[in-house]
Each structure stands twice: as structure tokens, then as C-alpha cells.
Design a protein around this ligand. Sequence first.
Ligand code: HEC
Ligand code: HEC
Ligand code: HEC
Ligand code: HEC
Length: 135
Amino acid sequence: MGKKVLICILVGACFCLAGIAMADNGPAEMVLQAEKDKAKKPKPAVFPHAKHQEFAKCADCHHSAEGGKQVAYAEGQEIQKCEDCHFKGSEMPKKLDSFKGAAHVNCKDCHKKAAEEKPELAEKFKKCMPCHPKS
Ligand code: HEC
Ligand code: HEC
Ligand code: HEC
Ligand code: HEC
């Protein structure tokens, strides 16, 4: 009887640890592309998500919203697609009412800052690179 209880506790502990280890960090590599506001000439963006998680915080990119106002990222929150909120007709400020707009503000602002701090990145971050590589 005591043995069974012990096994149950051990199995429970394993599931618990697995749950912690499997916290959903999302895909490691992504190709981002608007789905709602489809462009005539799509311009997919490459995004190494896991690499960014090594130096940036989830809250640098993810947030939620309530009553049309941004709510700061909270550990373990459900993560929605940017386009769930940032799309044409969403009543967002114009600069933010598309995936392109929200992404350009978020991604490009940080790359700009990073290149100012680390001049060696400036070459890598020229023009539309490294997000929209040619083919
Ligand atoms: C540099 C920006 C950035 C950082 C840092 C970041 N993410 Fe993301 N993450 C994104 C973008 C962009 C997407 C794609 C969203 C979309 O498809 O609209 C995404 C997608 C996801 C998804 C998939 C959502 C879905 O339904 O497709 C999960 C889960 C996720 N991120 C979790 C995390 C967690 C947890 C962290 C912190 C450990 C984190 N992310 C850090 C930018 C980031
Ligand atoms: C649940 C809805 C929701 C989701 C999902 C969402 N946002 Fe937002 N976001 C908002 C709201 C609301 C604001 C505030 C808009 C305003 O200023 O009126 C905002 C503001 C912003 C801003 C401007 C303020 C700032 O923090 O710099 C950026 C950039 C942005 N979002 C990018 C993103 C990106 C990138 C994603 C996906 C990784 C995303 N958002 C996902 C609702 C959302
Ligand atoms: C919080 C700051 C920050 C945000 C937000 C951010 N990046 Fe970056 N990104 C960086 C830095 C710093 C590097 C350089 C990493 C290195 O090479 O050391 C980088 C590198 C990259 C690279 C090149 C990776 C490689 O292996 O050479 C791509 C592609 C990229 N980012 C795309 C994006 C896209 C797309 C977004 C928005 C969805 C984004 N980034 C948002 C800081 C950021
Ligand atoms: C730091 C990363 C980054 C840089 C630099 C960047 N973009 Fe983007 N861009 C994105 C992301 C992420 C999206 C949203 C996903 C998508 O729709 O392709 C996007 C979307 C777009 C779209 C909309 C495509 C569509 O299918 O709706 C266009 C057009 C675009 N970018 C043009 C440009 C041009 C032109 C430049 C250079 C002058 C540039 N971008 C620089 C990340 C970047």
C-alpha cells in the first residue's frame, strides 16, 4: 500500500516537472506573414524567435489588452497573434492598425537602438535586412 502511494507521488512529481519544462515558448523559428490584411505583394519576414528569447524579455514584444488599452505582459498569460488586435478596422492608431505597423514599430525600434549600442550590428541591420531577405 505504502509503495503504491510513493509511486503515485513520484509519477505526479514527474508530470509536474514536465509541465514546468514545457512552458510554451512558441516556435523557435518563424516566418511572419499577415493573414487578415493580405497584401498584393506579400513580404514575409523571417524571425528567429528562440534566439530573441536569449536576450529579450517576453514583455518586450508580447502584451494583452483590456478595453482597447494595452496591458503589460504577465508571466504565463495566453499569447495571441499580433493580428488578433492589430488589423485594419481595429480602431488602433493608424501606425498600429496592421501587422506590418505593429511589427515595424516593435521590431525596427529595437533594432535601431541595438545598432546604436553595438555598431557592429549596423551593417547587418541595413535597410530591410535582416527581416526581409531577398527570396
Ligand atoms: C523579439 C520579440 C519577441 C520576444 C522577445 C518573444 N516573442 Fe513570442 N512571438 C513574437 C512574435 C512576433 C510572434 C508571432 C506572433 C504572430 O504570429 O502574430 C510570437 C509568437 C509566440 C507564440 C505563439 C503564439 C501563437 O499562437 O502563434 C508563443 C507561445 C510565444 N511567442 C511565447 C513567447 C514567450 C513565452 C516569450 C518569452 C520567453 C516570447 N514569446 C518572447 C515575438 C517575441
Ligand atoms: C490583445 C490585443 C493585442 C495583441 C495580441 C497585441 N497587441 Fe500590441 N497593442 C494593443 C493595444 C490595445 C495597444 C495600445 C494601442 C494604442 O496606443 O492605442 C498596443 C500597442 C502596441 C504597440 C505600441 C506601443 C508599444 O508597446 O510600443 C506596439 C509596437 C505593439 N502593440 C506591437 C504588438 C506586437 C508586435 C504584437 C504581437 C507580438 C502585439 N502588439 C500584440 C493590443 C494588442
Ligand atoms: C528587444 C529588441 C528586439 C526586438 C523587439 C526585435 N529584435 Fe531582432 N534582433 C535584436 C538583436 C539585438 C539582434 C542581433 C542578435 C545578434 O546577432 O547578436 C536581432 C537579430 C535579428 C535577426 C537576425 C538574426 C541572425 O541570426 O542573424 C532577425 C532576422 C531579426 N532580428 C528579426 C526581427 C523581427 C522580425 C522582429 C519583430 C517581430 C525583431 N527582430 C524584433 C533585437 C530585437
Ligand atoms: C526589423 C524587422 C523588419 C525590418 C527591418 C523591415 N520589416 Fe517590413 N515587416 C516586418 C514584419 C515582422 C512584418 C509583418 C509580417 C508581414 O506581413 O510580412 C513586416 C511587414 C511588411 C510589409 C507588409 C507585407 C504584407 O504582406 O502585408 C511590407 C510591405 C514591408 N514590411 C516592407 C518593408 C520594407 C520596404 C522595409 C525596408 C525599408 C522593411 N519592411 C523593413 C519586419 C521588418
